[in-house]
Design a binder for this molecule. Sequence first.
Ligand SMILES: CC(C)(COP(=O)(O)OP(=O)(O)OC[C@H]1O[C@@H](n2cnc3c(N)ncnc32)[C@H](O)[C@@H]1OP(=O)(O)O)[C@@H](O)C(=O)NCCC(=O)NCCS
Length: 237
Amino acid sequence: MPLLLKEVDPEVDFPSLARCVLEAYEEPLQSFIYLFFAPMHGSNARSREVAIDEAAERLKLWHTSDPTSFWQKVVDTDTGRIVGGAAWNIYMSNPFVEPHAVEVSWYPDDGSRAYVEKALESYARPRYMAAQRAHVYLFNVFAHPDYRRKGIGQQVMDWGMKKADDLGLELFLDATPLGKPLYKKNGLVCIEENVTGLERKHAGEGDNDKWNEMVVAIGSFSFCLMTLPIGGKCRDT
Ligand SMILES: CC(C)(COP(=O)(O)OP(=O)(O)OC[C@H]1O[C@@H](n2cnc3c(N)ncnc32)[C@H](O)[C@@H]1OP(=O)(O)O)[C@@H](O)C(=O)NCCC(=O)NCCS
C-alpha cells in the first residue's frame, strides 16, 4: 500500500478528510475532537453523518478563506482512499496582532456553544502567549487507525520541518498525548503542558444544563505546546 502525501483538492477532498479526521481521533477516543464535530453524542448514526457533512463544509471554508492555510492528504494509491492528512498554517508575520475569537457556529447558541468557546480559548492560550511572531503551525495531523505506524505522520513532519527550515521559521504545534512520540522523535521540545478541565455549573439555571452536558461529554483534555527552533533539531529534555 504505497502512501502518497499530496496537497488537497478543496473542491472534492473535504468530506473524506473530515471523516478521516473523526475516525483518527476516535481510535483511541480523544473526546476533545467533539469540540470540532457537533452534535456528536455517540449513539445516533444520522447525527454523526450530519456532523461530518457540516465539518467538511466548514473546514473547506476555513481553508479557502485563509491564505495561511495549507492542507495535505495522504492517499493509499492501491485504493485511492484518503487515509491521513494534515493542516498547516504558514504565518509570515505575527498572527495574533488582532484579537481573533473563533465563532462556534457549529454548536447551538446555548451553554454548549459557550462551553466550546471557552474550551477552544484554553486550548489556544499557550501558543497565543509563546508564538507572537512569524511561524509554521501544525494545526492537525491524522492517520486512519488502519494505517498507523506506516510513516504517514513522518511524511507530514518531513514536509513541515523542511518548509520551516526553508522559510527560516520556528515550527509550533499543540501535541496530543498520541502525537507526542512522533514529535519527540523529530526533535521538538515541549514548552508548556496545557490541561483543560472546565467545571460544572449549577444545574437548572439558564444554559447551565447544556454546559454541564458538554463537561461530561468532553471531560478534561491535555495538549503540550511543542516547538522546533529555527534551523532544525534541538536536544530533547
Ligand atoms: C499521531 C499520528 C498522526 C501518528 O501517525 P503515524 O502515521 O502512525 O506515525 P508514523 O508511522 O509516521 O510514526 C513515525 C514515528 O513516530 C513515533 N510514533 C508514532 N506513533 C507512535 C505511538 N503510538 N507510540 C510510540 N511511538 C510512536 C515512532 O517513533 C514512529 O516510528 P516507528 O514506527 O519507526 O517506531 C497518529 O497516531 C494519529 O492519527 N493519532 C490520532 C490523531 C492525533 O492524535 N494526532 C496528533 C495531533 S497533535
